[in-house]
Design a protein around this ligand. Structure first.
Ligand SMILES: Nc1ncnc2c1ncn2[C@@H]1O[C@H](COP(=O)(O)OP(=O)(O)OP(=O)(O)O)[C@@H](O)[C@H]1O
Length: 267
């Protein structure tokens, strides 16, 4: 259930006022009895960048889809600040319409929500400029590299100016150099636009590089077993990737993930 008003939740039980997203006792059981998730309690502060890190199949995507309202939890409660309508979703695949230009792909969410609005063109231009694709508005997806397609997908998620950006392993299929570029660009966007980001990944390195909080999940049914604050100097730059501090965080998070996979994790 997506609850539309944080303010209406009885005090002491619900999320804190500064939370963008709050999950309370959320579980998911699929048909044929697969228990994919939970119970999960999880709050994300407005403006934070949080990664959900876990082994393949642990329910990360399920958690994200529940937050997005694309899937219903079997039990528990999901609350989003501001009525929950302000969400952008970036999938693992760019999922672009091959017959439409970059401009038309990015315009889609606006056209679906308010087809008559006058500023669609301007908003699309701004979103494309944000991801460095202003010059490619008239191109078709087949003319773009994998990284560029993912940028289009990101522009499409940003075009409605959502408060919360949900990202489901968006860079997993990209080569490492492209992925590093997109990591840096995403961080710059996050800093500039002050969005709340929830980023799903199974890469320890990516989660530590990007996020201020890494939430480690157990294998199915996915539960939260550890959390790390990545407390480093901001803004992060490429040199963070090669620092001793980064390596130490990666080691710590990596061993938490190994413990989770081995079933020895404790909350
Ligand atoms: N519609 C569905 N019906 C039945 N089982 C499902 C369905 N969707 C997902 N599952 C199962 O639920 C579990 C969690 O899936 P989910 O996609 O959330 O995991 P994940 O951590 O995102 O995995 P990956 O990292 O491989 O994408 C998996 O075992 C998956 O097979």
């Amino acid at each position: 259930m997506i609850d539309h008003a944080i303010a209406s939740y009885p005090s002491g039980v619900g999320p804190r006022a500064g939370d963008a997203v709050s999950l309370k006792g959320v579980t998911k059981r699929y048909d044929r009895g697969v228990v994919a998730l939970g119970p999960v309690d999880f709050n994300v502060r407005k403006g934070d960048f949080v990664s959900l890190l876990g082994p393949s199949g642990c329910g990360k995507s399920t958690a994200l889809r529940i937050i997005a309202g694309l899937s219903e939890p079997t039990s528990g409660r999901v609350q989003l600040a501001g009525g929950g309508r302000s969400i952008g979703f970036v999938f693992q695949e760019p999922t672009l319409m091959p017959w439409a230009t970059v401009r038309d792909n990015v315009a889609l969410p606006l056209k679906l929500s308010r087809p008559r609005r006058a500023d669609i063109g301007d908003r699309v231009e701004v979103a494309l400029a944000r991801v460095g694709l202003a010059e490619f508005a008239a191109a078709y997806p087949r003319q773009l590299s994998g990284g560029m397609k993912m940028r289009v997908s990101l522009a499409r998620a940003l075009v409605t100016d959502p408060d919360v950006l949900l990202m489901d392993e968006p860079f997993a299929a990209l080569d490492e150099i492209t992925r590093f570029h997109l990591n840096n660009d995403l961080l710059a966007l996050w800093r500039g636009l002050r969005k709340t980001v929830i980023f799903v990944t199974h890469s320890v390195f990516e989660s530590v590089y990007l996020s201020r909080r890494v939430v480690v999940m157990t294998p199915r049914p996915g539960r939260i077993c550890a959390e790390y604050a990545i407390d480093t100097a901001e803004p992060r730059r490429e040199d963070f990737r090669t620092s001793a501090e980064y390596a130490a965080y990666c080691r710590e998070v990596s061993s938490a993930l190994s413990r989770a996979v081995a079933g020895r994790a404790r909350r």
